[in-house]
Design a protein around this ligand. Sequence first.
Ligand SMILES: [Zn+2]
Length: 297
Amino acid sequence: MNQLPPLAFCGSPLDRAEDLRRSDSELAALAQQDAAGAILFLKGCPAITTDHALLRWPLAEALALPHADEPILLGLEDGAPLYVVDLDPGAAPPEEARFVDTRMAALQLPIDETGILAHARSLVEWRRKHRFCSNCGSKTRQIEAGRKRACPDCGTEHFPRVDPVAIMLVVKDDWCLLGRQEGWPPRMWSALAGFMEPGETIAQAAAREVYEEAGLTADPATAQLIADQPWPFASSLMLGLIIDAITVDITIDTHEIEDARWFSKDEVRAMLNGAHPEADIPPKIAIARRLLEVWAG
Ligand SMILES: [Zn+2]
């Protein structure tokens, strides 16, 4: 394994309190603790402090604010329960709370805080979009303090989604393939990526995506899982691979990407240093950059 630092969103230190969640009385006692705290979300954005931490409010005070739904228990932090409270998007937020875009927050917060942020944001966004039972259409209710939802009519339990995404650096000798999507900032290039489909392995998904997007054949047998990363937009799990190309001629599917080209290892090193004359790569919170660091380092 390499000695590179952990990626953003990977470091949650919370005890998710699995054993307490099945007991309503234990959960009620947790919520009554004086030390019970809550982080606040508004429209998908967390509140953070000026000294680079997630803002923690006493739970009772957070619940006195106009909020969109029940608090979700994230887990125990040094023994004290920590919740996330999603504020009512139609109400004025508290003046003391400074809400920032999650990607901006991830660039500013220490690794542990980004892990809590990823956990909280994915749960809040999942709940917002899964209020009704996918089996019978009835309204679902939160159980186990938000770890899942249940349908009171048909009994189906609904678990938070985690959507695996293969993101792969395609390499051939001292060259790697990077692509651009429409709407990206000028100069920005990154690894190809796509959601996994049912019935395929990670390596097969990587090879399929490479073929669909760039018309290249890659060898699934060479795929190496380099790193993984929760990516809370809304609930992806990025699976970062390096995979060898068999063919090198590019045929772009313009429905998927705007452009793709081969970059040399020297060019990648220049991009990592911000010194390439015409190309940039994603910031350090992105797993694509990690793949390039590992390959070119
Ligand atoms: Zn149902």
